[in-house]
Design a protein around this ligand. Structure first.
Ligand code: KG4
Ligand code: ZN
Length: 354
């Protein structure tokens, strides 16, 4: 089975053709980063309008790189939630039009489920089977829009359970906001990551609070650390040179420590020996290194998908959709965008204990 996946939930217009086994036949991602950079974040109307311009050429490119026509695919999968409604609507309309015209089944995919299953994608030189986890696993999903830990017992919505999430900002959002405060541009993750590598966290520890208020909780809060950096910058001005690298190291270290400790704690509490990273923040070198060390210390197997599978892409949507189609599931042309995920939340925004 070959499924076309379309993703337009945020600031990437993406399309891919993937088999039911997870083999990526094509994967086209057109980023809008440069469009939103002047504003320091994603502008929803700008995003939707650009998706409308890009979606048809991106889908054509994905089909052509996979060497298939619309008539030769077995179904169309599309991100239907969560995301910006205007942006989602563009992908949904494109997917419906194509599915209807080509007489193919349509399935909506929850973007977060796509991220959580991206570890099964096989790109180019296919990794051996044992580099993919078996169910159940504990997954840390950290992106610009979401940060949560899940127990994943299978690919269906009902088999995925949130164990804890952020009460305020997502981890990637914290990177983006701190980068903006420091005058580093958008998106912030990659540049903070690069600067942090040359910094000494201890030298800037006074500017950054620890993030581990309640040890047993699996919830996160990243808004306090952003405010602390803002106060530091207001008082002392924007740091430069080594002081900037030190501050980036201290900030990244605090965020990464919270992500690593709570993920490992979740795996232990669930009695699960497999840990999976997902989402754009999984590209972070500090996170990869500390998670690998922490998992090794505790005898947990860590699975980190390649970068292209961590950030937003169409392949993860195509694959999650292929599994839905294989299970005999279909959506109708009434499928509507939803701003919220279908995964039940246990973490109250703005409340609870961390
Ligand atoms: O998953 P993603 O591509 O898009 C969604 O938000 O769904 O994630 C983008 C986020 C941005 O906030 C970006 O700053 C962050 O991932 N990011 C990173 C790194 N690369 C991207 N954060 C920390 N370190 C990185 N190397
Ligand atoms: Zn995403």
């Amino acid at each position: 089975m070959r499924v076309l996946g379309i993703e337009t939930s945020c600031d990437e217009t993406a399309a891919a053709v993937v088999t039911e086994g997870g083999d990526v036949l094509s994967d086209v991602v057109r980023s809008q980063v440069a469009l939103h950079a002047p504003y320091g974040g994603v502008v929803p109307e700008v995003a939707a309008r650009d998706h409308a311009r890009a979606v048809v050429p991106v889908v054509r490119e994905a089909l052509s790189r996979a060497g298939v026509s619309a008539a030769e695919i077995d179904g169309v999968a599309v991100t239907s939630r969560p995301g910006l409604s205007g942006a989602l609507l563009v992908g949904l309309q494109a997917a419906k039009g194509l599915a209807w015209a080509a007489g193919k089944p349509l399935v909506g995919v929850d973007h977060l489920v796509g991220h959580l299953l991206a570890v099964f994608l096989r790109r180019g030189g296919a990794p051996p089977q044992d580099e993919r986890p078996s169910f159940p696993y504990v997954a840390l999903l950290a992106s610009g829009g979401h940060t949560a830990i899940y127990r994943v017992d299978g690919p269906a919505i009902g088999a995925i359970r949130e164990l804890g999430a952020t009460r305020d900002d997502a981890a990637g959002e914290a990177f983006d906001k701190v980068a903006k405060l420091l005058g580093l541009g958008y998106p912030g993750g990659p540049v903070v990551d690069r600067l942090a590598a040359g910094g000494d966290a201890a030298a800037a520890a006074d500017a950054v609070p620890a993030l581990m208020a309640r040890k047993e909780s699996l919830e996160f809060s990243f808004s306090g650390i952003k405010s602390a950096v803002a106060r530091h910058v207001a008082k002392r001005g924007r740091p430069e040179g080594q002081a900037l690298r030190d501050l980036c190291a201290a900030f990244q270290g605090a965020v990464v420590d919270a992500l690593v400790q709570k993920t490992v704690r979740a795996a232990r509490a669930e009695g699960i020996g497999r840990v999976v990273l997902a989402g754009g923040v999984a590209a972070n070198q500090g996170l990869r290194a500390r998670m690998a060390a922490a998992c090794e210390r505790r005898g947990l197997a860590l699975f980190v998908p390649p970068f292209a599978s961590c950030t937003d892409n169409g392949a993860m949507i195509a694959y999650a959709g292929a599994l839905r189609l294989a299970a005999g599931e279909r959506d109708t042309l009434d499928l509507a965008p939803e701003t919220r995920t279908a995964l039940p939340r246990v973490t109250r925004k703005g409340g609870g204990a961390r």
